[in-house]
Design a protein around this ligand. Structure first.
Ligand SMILES: [Ca+2]
Ligand SMILES: [Ca+2]
Length: 414
């Protein structure tokens, strides 16, 4: 099973019809300031820079230079001191990749080809295309650009067959939006391919190539947008045996659990059809209560993904507590729907091996992240108030072993 996850939500506001004699509004209307869009910068991409427009010699690689509306601009640059100003963005520019790639294999190991772009007149949609000698389009994308940012705009080469470089062209033009000037800078090949080592205890495999991450679960394969796909692409935040956590540059989280639960924008959805999804959805909507005696710690109610401050973080599907000693007792209580194998995040436990019991029964599935957070998956469905005891094994504590060392959720950002 292969799924492509949605990466953004488009909210459309429909304008209502006008009343013919409606009175003019008297109150001033406050317009919210436009939120700056994050810059689509480089995130660990190996580059082979082909053109930088720092000298007039680079104009040799602009096709139809004598009739083109493109000229060097030494007043603005994505990198260096100069760029290429395309006066008619709608007409665009054609760049002779063939000459720049003479003698090289294409695409070889390169997964991306692209350039830096800006539309100084305002928001626009860039059309970026790779074409062969016959003019046939090998790959093409529409990419949002704007006046504020020098964004990297990329094409995915992972589906482009090996071929001779003769006649290859990279074409950039403004397709819609502000149709005035287009600014172009560094033209480059990119390699962002990475395969992440398997995490002990997890069946999940993660790789990155071109414009997609691939997250391979036991019975499903998910594709999500890579950082190179644009402003809404996902960066790696942390991977651990229970889950892969990604965030956009604007901070929106996407959590993919190894057991197939996906949390995106505070909603829970299944990666596969195989699971008690109705019960899990009901639990997510009514997660019940988590309580801890103040002698042991407190419920964490202020995480950014906890929309109602009850200690259940809807963006991660986990219950959160902070403790201040080597042992704690907490209680999970359903509020209607039973809780199906709930996940606990416990902060503040001192180093050492954790021993977790649910009403006296030992829990085997728990893991320590490198920031000290203890993740505990309760291996049963809870239908009534249930007590969970956590303590640090005194012998392991004296050895000061942090247990299994894994990426923390805060520090290991790709
Ligand atoms: Ca430059
Ligand atoms: Ca909540």
């Amino acid at each position: 099973m292969r799924r492509l996850l949605g990466i953004s939500t488009l909210l459309l506001a429909a304008a209502s019809g006008c009343a013919t004699n409606a009175p003019a509004p008297t109150a001033a209307v406050e317009v919210a300031p436009r939120k700056p869009r994050p810059v689509v910068g480089l995130v660990d991409v190996k580059l082979s820079r082909l053109l930088d427009f720092e000298s007039d010699a680079d104009l040799t690689f602009v096709r139809d230079r004598m009739t083109s509306t493109a000229q060097r601009d030494a007043t603005t640059a994505g990198e260096g001191k100069a760029s290429l100003r395309v006066v008619s963005g709608q007409q665009g520019v054609k760049l002779k990749l063939a000459t720049l790639l003479t003698g090289r294999q294409f695409p070889g190991s390169w997964t991306l080809v692209g350039l830096q772009a800006r539309s100084p007149g305002g928001d626009a949609v860039l059309r970026l295309s790779l074409c062969d000698a016959s003019g046939k389009t090998l790959t093409s994308r529409a990419i949002p650009i704007n006046a504020d940012n020098w964004d990297w705009a990329w094409l995915d080469l992972t589906g482009v067959a090996a071929q001779a470089v003769d006649g290859l062209e990279l074409r950039a033009s403004i397709e819609s939006g502000s149709r005035g000037t287009l600014l172009v800078d560094t033209v480059a090949l990119g390699d962002n391919a990475r395969t992440f080592p398997p995490i002990d205890g997890s069946p999940v495999k993660v790789s990155l190539k071109g414009l997609h991450w691939t997250v391979q679960l036991q019975d499903a394969s998910l594709q999500i947008a890579s950082p190179e796909s644009g402003a809404d692409g996902y960066l790696r935040q942390s991977f651990d045996p229970y889950r892969c956590i990604f965030t956009t540059r604007a901070g929106a989280a996407l959590v993919i659990e190894s057991r197939g639960r996906i949390y995106e924008g505070g909603t829970c959805k299944p990666a596969t059809t195989n699971g008690p999804w109705d019960a899990i959805a009901a639990q997510h909507a009514r997660p019940g209560r988590i309580e801890i005696d103040e002698a042991f710690g407190r419920v964490e109610r202020t995480s950014s993904g906890d929309r109602d401050n009850d200690g259940y973080d809807e963006s991660r599907g986990s219950y959160r507590v902070a403790v201040h000693g080597s042992r704690a007792r907490l209680t999970l209580s359903p509020d209607g729907p039973p809780l199906v194998e709930p996940l606990l995040e416990i902060r503040g436990m001192p180093p050492g091996d954790a021993v977790v019991t649910v009403e006296g029964r030992l829990v085997e599935k728990c893991v320590r992240l490198s920031d000290g957070t203890l993740l505990v998956e309760i291996p049963s469905t809870i239908g009534r108030p249930t007590t969970v005891d956590v303590r640090i094994d005194a012998r392991s504590a004296t050895a000061a072993s942090p247990g299994q060392s894994l990426p923390s959720s805060a520090s290991d950002v790709r």
